[in-house]
Design a binder for this molecule. Structure first.
Ligand code: 4AD
Ligand code: MG
Length: 425
């Protein structure tokens, strides 16, 4: 028997196939059963009649939600069925029956958020799926080599206030990484164009719909690349991801009821405005922001509402940015940094910059930021041995997916969210 995934059903119209999955839901109407099966690639409605398939009917009747099943039947086009095809069920093999005494805890009705989060390991089975990202494909196509960064680090990358300290061996202190950047600056000096894509950690005390304490970041880094080129790469990456989601995941976006017209425009060129102009935009809207202020979530929304696609804000005051950022040659009080703000109030999805490549200036900045020079000797080596201008950025995976899916809260788009008050399950 041909085993297929539900996603492939369209290619097997009129043929008998086998699907291995779970019973998502079932409607019973006398001598007819209408089970809905899911297998992780999609859902398909089945039809089973007592008269034609008494054995299959008996297996299915009363079967509990989320029981695992292998079903065989003929695929046929059906306009009214979700996905456009249905399965005429002829054989059912129950792999594991969920006991009536312990029914699947997540019913197909509204549950409170805390209840759902406590059952996150089961909640993820409902078909709100995230868009599958084309991010790796894009980076590979641009000639970037994937190099991994460590999770244990000896020092901070993005400020000391959000470090998770861990007890390393023999009472030595280590920290969970906030960003792989410093390490891929090293691999960029070895391989030219690199990226890392992995978990990062921030002891964020913020309880917002944009903050996690553990999230994934995709970070490219390239030698001989300056700020403008890094911004072009960021624009290309985000466009590629959005266009791929529109092309390959339209059904999922429909399930999520995403207004995709808002995503169609996400193509280069993205608007670019300087931090100083962004402050003017805020002031025009009556916001009290002034030069030197950080741009918070509400301010990001005001700025991004001016545009129909993501906007890149560049050249922030050096005083509010990270220690490693290269100053603008014409305006040393500004850092060659940029943030990409997503539309529709989703805020910053990318932060990046050109890096300081001058040894003396980097030492000066480490001291100004009270960072332990010992722990940064290896990083200073990159400025001792063939230092070159280089740039990169970090794209927050969950923030990007939340925006593309139109999710209310970032916790919906990561299988096991880690937040201020949540480390279970
Ligand atoms: O702007 P950030 O802090 O930049 C860096 O970490 C740089 N070292 C990256 C680099 O240049 N290689 O973080 C980058 C992105 C943000 O734009 C945001 O999308 C995401 O990471 N991010 C978070 N996402 C969820 N929860 C949090 N607490 C986040 N903090 C940052
Ligand atoms: Mg940032």
């Amino acid at each position: 028997m041909t085993v297929i995934t539900i996603e492939q059903a369209g290619k097997y119209d009129g043929q008998e196939v086998t699907i291995r999955g779970w019973l998502y839901n079932m409607r019973e109407s006398g001598k007819l059963l209408f089970p809905i099966f899911r297998d992780g690639t999609g859902v398909i409605q089945g039809v089973c009649a007592l008269k034609e398939n008494p054995k299959a009917f008996a297996e299915l009747k009363g079967l509990t939600q989320e029981s695992s099943v292998i079903v065989t039947g003929k695929i046929r086009a059906e306009q009214r069925a979700p996905g456009g095809y249905e399965l005429g069920v002829s054989k059912v093999e129950v792999v594991q029956r969920v006991q009536e005494s312990t029914p699947f805890p997540i019913q197909l009705k509204e549950h409170g958020v805390d209840f759902l989060l406590d059952h996150r390991h089961l909640w993820m089975r409902t078909p709100r799926q995230t868009a599958i990202l084309a991010a790796r494909e894009f980076m590979d196509s641009q000639g970037y080599t994937l190099t991994d960064a460590p999770m244990f680090t000896p020092a901070a990358c993005e400020g000391t206030s959000t470090l998770f300290e861990v007890n390393y061996i023999d009472d030595k202190k280590a920290y969970l990484t906030q960003s792989g950047q410093l390490y891929i600056e090293a691999t960029a000096m070895a391989l030219g164009k690199v990226y890392t894509f992995g978990p990062t950690f921030r002891a964020e005390k913020s309880k917002t719909r944009r903050h996690l304490t553990e999230f994934w970041m995709l970070e490219p880094e390239a030698a001989y690349v300056e700020l403008d080129e890094a911004m072009e790469l960021a624009e290309g990456l985000v466009s590629a991801i959005v266009q791929s989601a529109l092309k390959n995941r339209s059904r999922e976006l429909e399930t999520l009821k995403r207004d995709t017209s808002k995503l169609q425009n996400v193509k280069p060129p993205f608007p670019r405005i300087s931090y100083e102009d962004a402050i003017k935009v805020l002031q025009k809207h009556g916001n009290p922001a002034k030069f030197g202020d950080d741009i918070g979530g509400d301010e990001e929304t005001i700025i991004s509402n001016e545009f129909d696609r993501p906007v890149m804000v560049h050249r922030y005051p050096a005083s509010i940015k990270a220690f490693y950022m290269q100053p603008d040659a014409e305006r040393p009080d500004l850092a060659l940094a940029f943030d990409m703000l997503a539309p529709e109030g989703y805020g910053e999805i990318i932060g990046g910059s050109q890096r300081i490549h001058d040894y003396d200036l980097l030492v000066k900045r480490l001291r100004e930021h009270n960072l332990p020079e010992d722990a940064f000797q290896w990083y200073l080596d990159l400025r001792r041995y063939g230092s070159v201008p280089h740039s990169g950025f970090g794209m927050g995976l969950e923030r990007t997916v939340a925006w593309i899916c139109g999710a209310e809260h970032i916790r919906e788009v990561i299988p096991f969210p880690r937040m201020l008050y949540r480390v279970y399950p």
